[in-house]
Design a protein around this ligand. Structure first.
Ligand code: PDD
Length: 279
């Protein structure tokens, strides 16, 4: 991680960046965040991340609008174009003089950003094991909220079962991963759940759908029943920091041929080429 972080208008060594224990982010998880990959110093799909951030902010009724150029100017001093990095940005409803569920008046948001190196995720190449778990999260999963307790418990349950990710099930349908979106390949068609309040609208997900279109890979956005996973020749989970990760074992059973499949191989190749073309 770069030692310099951004906090409320200042650049500071990480160890000196402090917020009040009365900050609503600390007390209530009252905030939103973004994770933005930066390849060779260029913010990946930056406009899309800013749109999602603004949707998250309006989703929690927090008024803080900055243009993409203003955010870029904040992040720029922390970037190192010799590496692949990611920006973590968190905005909370700020300090309030007392702990009260109702919003304080006035609201002075806390804005924090740090930049870390992207460590290649080994499972992206080898494939990972996953487990299905009940989606115990709230009904506003389209908001990238910092209150992640349900996600953390689900991911940890997966880790405890020697799996890399939990695939979440709601009313008999799969929604997404604990920290990723979900794709399956059934009868050579790529399928991912449609956008709704039940999933985070992943930026990686959008890129994959665009690349499927331009590369003539048949795809569809649709509901995916839990039982349909048994017929999937491939299952992937996708996110900004891990990219496209093939699931080769689900609930102890082999997925497809038990190795990253051909549609994954193709998509990973075009995804890497797309990243290069933007970097
Ligand atoms: N998480 N769904 C959930 C619940 C997520 O937490 C994430 C990413 C995604 C994928 O979104 P994107 O492609 O925009 O990264 C989907 C990030 C990486 C995190 O919490 O660290």
């Amino acid at each position: 991680m770069s030692d310099t972080v951004y906090l409320n208008g200042e650049y500071l060594p990480l160890a000196d960046a402090k917020v009040s224990v009365l900050d609503r982010g600390f007390l209530f998880g009252d905030g939103v965040y973004e994770v933005i990959p930066v390849y060779a110093g260029r913010l990946f799909r930056f406009e899309d991340h800013v749109v999602r951030l603004n949707n998250s902010l309006s989703g929690i009724r927090l008024d803080l609008i900055k243009s993409a150029a203003e955010w870029q100017a904040i992040f720029q001093p922390m970037l190192d174009s010799s590496k692949d990095q990611y920006i973590y940005l968190q905005i909370t409803r700020g300090y309030a003089p007392k702990r009260d569920h109702g919003f304080p008046e006035p609201i002075v948001p806390t804005v924090f950003a740090m930049c870390s190196d992207i460590k290649p995720f080994a499972g992206r190449v080898s494939g990972v094991k996953a487990v299905t778990l009940d989606d115990t999260r709230w009904q506003m999963c389209h908001i990238k909220a910092t209150a992640l307790l349900a996600h953390l418990l689900l991911r940890q349950e997966a880790l405890d079962q020697d799996c890399a990710e939990a695939i979440l099930v709601k009313n008999g349908y799969v929604t997404e991963g604990a920290a990723s979106n979900l794709f399956v390949v059934i009868d050579d068609e790529l399928i991912t759940p449609s956008k709704s309040n039940e999933i985070l609208p992943g930026i990686t997900r959008d890129v994959i759908l665009e690349l499927a279109k331009t590369n003539q890979i048949p795809y569809r956005e649709d509901v995916i029943a839990l039982e349909a996973l048994e017929n999937a020749s491939e299952i992937w989970v996708t996110s900004s920091t891990r990219e496209i990760v093939p699931v080769i074992e689900l609930d102890g059973k082999m997925v497809g041929i038990g190795k990253p499949g051909p549609v994954y191989q193709k998509m990973d190749q075009v995804f890497q080429a797309y990243k290069q073309s933007l970097a």
